[in-house]
Design a protein around this ligand. Sequence first.
Ligand code: NAD
Ligand code: TDX
Length: 339
Amino acid sequence: MTVIVTGGAGFIGSNFIFYILKKHPDYRIICLDKLTYAGNLSTLKYVMDLPNFRFVKADICDREAVDKLFGEEKPDMVVNFAAESHVDRSIEDPEVFLRTNVIGTSVLMDACRKYGIIRYHQVSTDEVYGDLLLDRPEMFFTETTPIHTSSPYSASKASADLLVLAYHRTYGLPVTISRCSNNYGPYHFPEKLIPLMIANALNDKPLPVYGKGENVRDWLYVEDHCKAIDLIIHKGTVGEVYNIGGHNEMRNIDIVKLICRELNKPESLITYVTDRKGHDMRYAIDPTKIHNELGWLPETKFADGIKKTIDWYLNNRDWWEEIINGEYRNYYEKMYANR
Ligand code: NAD
Ligand code: TDX
């Protein structure tokens, strides 16, 4: 089996590559990644020299490069993680989100049509459903919840999902889509809530909580997401959408306080800053379908996962310090200086 994993130098894609190489050591894995600010080749250093792994630097929007790679490798499956993934960046500059997340998806699927594949899998997000109210805790996103997006990021991801389903209906492309809640774990880029708070706390810098910190996210350990995708691409039904979530809702402020406690840092570092525009209040996934059909359940409890994650950031300072001391400094200054 030959699998092209796009966006594999990013957070979830790299964790997926590690998982799949271990689970299916006879598979050939090709990582296709543009290496944007979010992609990091050093993340893949442990697999780079494996005989059944190949890294190709290319943009998923580059038709010629994608066609060439498909022609050379004739993949059986494509798992598309490549995306612009940060909501705050999409609010500043939506265009690249449309290009990569929508056009890039269509370029990949056109190559799948041309060369023939047994599965194209689109890694999507719970953000396509919009948000839920804090005072309706009995409500959850199911696969039939209407698409109702809030940010340019989520609108671009929803557009891609619609395109994927259209390619299935119109061209019979064998697709699946997964919509997952917030992931956390190793190699998470430090612009996102959990790694940002860990890195800032370790450097005794302010911990910028948007609004009142009451927004709720449903956190899932990244390896559980990878296991779910592995199940879907092998056993999922073509043309179907699967929600993935941990039944682990937490308020942002509680996560930040927990990180302070784990690192023995004072809560006085917490700084309330101007809220995100269009900030979604609550995400919560109902994972009944993937549980009933494919037997998936999250395995890592948040209390254990967050400890493992914090340990990883403590033991891999080089990985994230190189990032925060590079171009990221300008980003941080621009986004947080006058917030
Ligand atoms: P990330 O930002 O950490 O990584 C994205 C990767 O895609 C990077 O390696 C980057 O270089 C690459 N990339 C970006 N544009 C590209 C292009 N035009 N061509 C080729 N490669 C390109 O993102 P992530 O958090 O790992 O998310 C991966 C996927 O999972 C995304 O599709 C995202 O929407 C989805 N998702 C993420 C979460 C989460 O909590 N992080 C939750 C649900 C779904
Ligand atoms: O500095 C911060 N302060 C803060 O309060 C940052 C970066 C975030 N937040 C809040 C905003 C959100 O309510 O924390 C929450 C989580 O924020 P992010 O880490 O930016 O994630 P989110 O916006 O929820 O989106 C994530 O989950 C769904 C991923 O980035 C998406 O790619 C995925 O689709």
